[in-house]
Design a protein around this ligand. Sequence first.
Ligand code: 1CP
Length: 348
Amino acid sequence: MDQADKPFLRTLAGEAVWPPPIWLMRQAGRYLPEYRDVRAQAGDFISLCTNPELAAEVTLQPLRRYGFDAAILFSDILMVPWAMGQPLRFAEGEGPLLEPLRDAAAINGLWTAGVAERAAPILETVARVRSFLDVQHQRTALIGFAGSPWTVACYMVEGRGGGEFAHARRMAYGDPALFGRLIRSLTDATAEYLLAQVAAGAEALMLFDSWAGLLPPSQFRRWVIEPTAELVRRLRKQLPHDFPLIGFPRLAGPLLVEYAQRVGVQAVGMDTAMDPRWAAANVPQGIALQGNLDPQALVSGGAALEAEARSLLAAMRGRPFIFNLGHGIVPPTPPEHVAALVRLVRTG
Ligand code: 1CP
């Protein structure tokens, strides 16, 4: 089947497809009992991400239930630091833990080339999912992804999530030469990794910059916009000029517009705090919008969920739009609320 028959890809090509395509960030995950089963079978989270058979299975689980317009590779943004040789583990109930990078020796010791080789099992997952979609879900597109350099650097310097990334933010001010070296290493590694995902079958790429909103404007331009624009230039050198890219600088506020114009993506993600009417009025028409229902409204369900979803649809009607959440699905989400949301969006 031709890519032209995939509503998600048509939207990224600039068409105001209606009803809009829908997928949800973290659509594979702990809210699904079938995910919890596979997760228990895999053991730890890294073993799941590096097991192509199981990772492909959990990528496909939400499609079977809901028939989303896109599948997103099941992996994590921290698999890039892992492939660069930084020790990583996922502690039960604590999230990711890395050996923090705090000095030049640690940063210079990272591997920047060969990431695609070390990530081979993840690329194998991409290939398996794509072959399956080509046969069984021909209207569903496959999204590959990585973290943007800023957000991944936050975790690498801090060693963990859950806080405000004070060490990373101070390194960016206090030793911009060293922090810049880390950002450049990440840009190299991430470009190689994403190009390998496309070679394996990814049809669009999403760049997650979950912690972009921690920065004031000057730092946002230097560490979010510039490195992401550089990453996109690297990708575009090797890919068709209109290869679909989605950028998600979470909590960027009004800087979303400058990001959208300068980075050179086909779509930007709106986080939960973004006013969709403001985004529709201020982000250039040619750039698609994706988002931004509150994940907590999806937990609540009922009339409140319906009202929020309808108001989002009304704000986006007439422009290229991909229905999604403003951040990832949370584990307490009842799976039947997701089904209700998909029905609502499908009827426009
Ligand atoms: O216990 C488990 O099963 C692990 C929970 C989990 C899952 C399901 C983690 C740990 N990562 C993932 C998958 C994941 N992560 C995907 C898969 C595809 C999908 O969307 O279905 C994606 C795209 C990510 C991306 C990711 N990981 C981001 C960017 C998006 C966001 O949520 O802001 C970030 C910041 C991470 C780091 C991470 N990985 C896992 C956790 C719990 C966290 C957050 C840590 C923190 O609190 O800072």
